[in-house]
Design a protein. Structure first.
Length: 263
C-alpha cells in the first residue's frame, strides 16, 4: 500500500478536537434512546456511533434494529450537530448507509478477518469520499489488517483510518480483547499518515478500565477514541458491562492527559 495514500485531512470533521472522539451506544435500541444519548454527550464528541446491524458471535442475541435505525440516526443529525457513524458488514448495508448519507462507515473485527467480505465491501464502497474505518481483525494478524486496508485503497477510498479494538485470546486475562499494543504500533510505523483510533470499550469489556486504556492510547499518540456510551448502560441490549454514561464519558475526557498532539 502506498504510504502516502492514507491521509489525515478527513479528521477535520472533528473540528480540530484532539483526540478526535466518536461516542454513542453499542446498539441503536429505540429512537428515544438514541436521541437521549446524543443530546447528553459532552461537547468534545463530534461523531455519534450506533450499531444497527450487530454481528453476534452466537445466534439468539440482539442482532440490531436494522435499516430503520438509519432513520433514527438521521433524526439525531437534524436535531444536533453530530456527524454519524455505523458498522457495515455487507454490500447491502453499504448501499443503505451511503443512501442515508452516513458520514463514517466502520468495518467490524469479525468482518476484517474475511478477505471475501472485505472485498465485497470495498467494491460496494468504490470511489466513495465517505470516511471508512477498518477495525483490526479479531485475531492478532497484522497482515490481515493491512490486506483489508489494501483492498479499500485499491477501491479508491482515500478517507481511510483504522480502529484498534484488541484481539481475541483463549487465555483468561483482565481484558475482553487483549491490546497487543505492538501490532498497532507496527502498523503506525509502516503507515505513519494513517489515522488510528482506539476502542477501549471492546478492549477492556469493563467501563471501569476505559479511562486507563484510553490514556495508554493517547500516550502512544493515537488520533482518536471510539467510546461506547449509553444512557442506562446496565440495561443496554448489547455490551452492557463496558458502556459508560454520558457523564462518565465527560469525566474521562476531562481527565485524560494529552501529552502529544497529533499533526
Ligand atoms: C461494536 O463496535 O459494537 C462492535 C461490534 O465491535 P467489534 O467489531 O470491535 O467487535
Ligand atoms: Mn459493542
Amino acid at each position: 500500500m502506498n504510504k502516502e495514500i492514507a491521509n489525515k485531512k478527513w479528521l477535520s470533521i472533528f473540528e480540530g478536537q484532539v483526540p478526535a472522539i466518536i461516542a454513542g451506544p453499542c446498539s441503536a435500541e429505540t429512537p428515544e434512546q438514541l436521541m437521549s444519548i446524543a443530546k447528553s454527550l459532552p461537547e468534545q464528541v463530534k461523531v455519534f456511533r450506533a450499531g444497527i446491524w450487530k454481528p453476534r458471535t452466537r445466534p439468539g442475541g440482539f442482532e440490531g434494529v436494522g435499516a430503520i435505525g438509519l432513520e433514527w440516526m438521521k433524526d439525531v443529525r437534524s436535531e444536533t450537530s453530530l456527524k454519524l457513524a455505523t458498522e457495515v458488514a455487507t454490500a447491502e448495508h453499504v448501499d443503505l448507509a451511503l443512501n442515508a448519507d452516513i458520514d463514517v462507515l466502520w468495518i467490524g473485527a469479525r468482518t476484517t478477518v474475511n478477505p471475501f467480505a472485505v472485498q465485497e465491501l470495498a467494491d460496494a464502497l468504490k470511489g466513495t469520499d465517505k470516511i471508512v474505518l477498518l477495525k483490526n481483525p479479531v485475531n492478532p494478524d497484522l497482515g490481515l489488517w493491512i490486506g483489508g486496508l489494501e483492498r479499500l485503497v485499491q477501491a479508491g477510498i482515500n478517507n481511510l483510518g483504522v480502529i484498534h479494538r484488541g484481539f481475541s485470546t483463549y487465555e483468561k486475562t483482565k481484558y475482553r480483547n487483549i491490546p497487543e499494543w505492538q501490532i498497532p504500533i507496527d502498523l503506525k510505523t509502516q503507515f505513519p499518515n494513517l489515522p488510528i483510533f482506539c476502542d477501549p470499550s471492546h478492549i477492556t469489556g469493563n467501563r471501569e478500565r476505559v479511562m486507563e486504556v484510553s490514556q495508554q492510547a493517547l500516550d502512544l499518540n493515537y488520533d482518536g477514541l471510539m467510546i461506547e456510551t449509553h444512557n442506562n448502560p446496565d440495561k443496554a441490549w448489547s455490551d452492557a458491562a463496558q458502556q459508560v454514561t454520558p457523564i462518565g464519558l465527560k469525566n474521562i475526557l476531562d481527565n485524560l492527559a494529552i501529552r502529544n498532539c497529533s499533526d
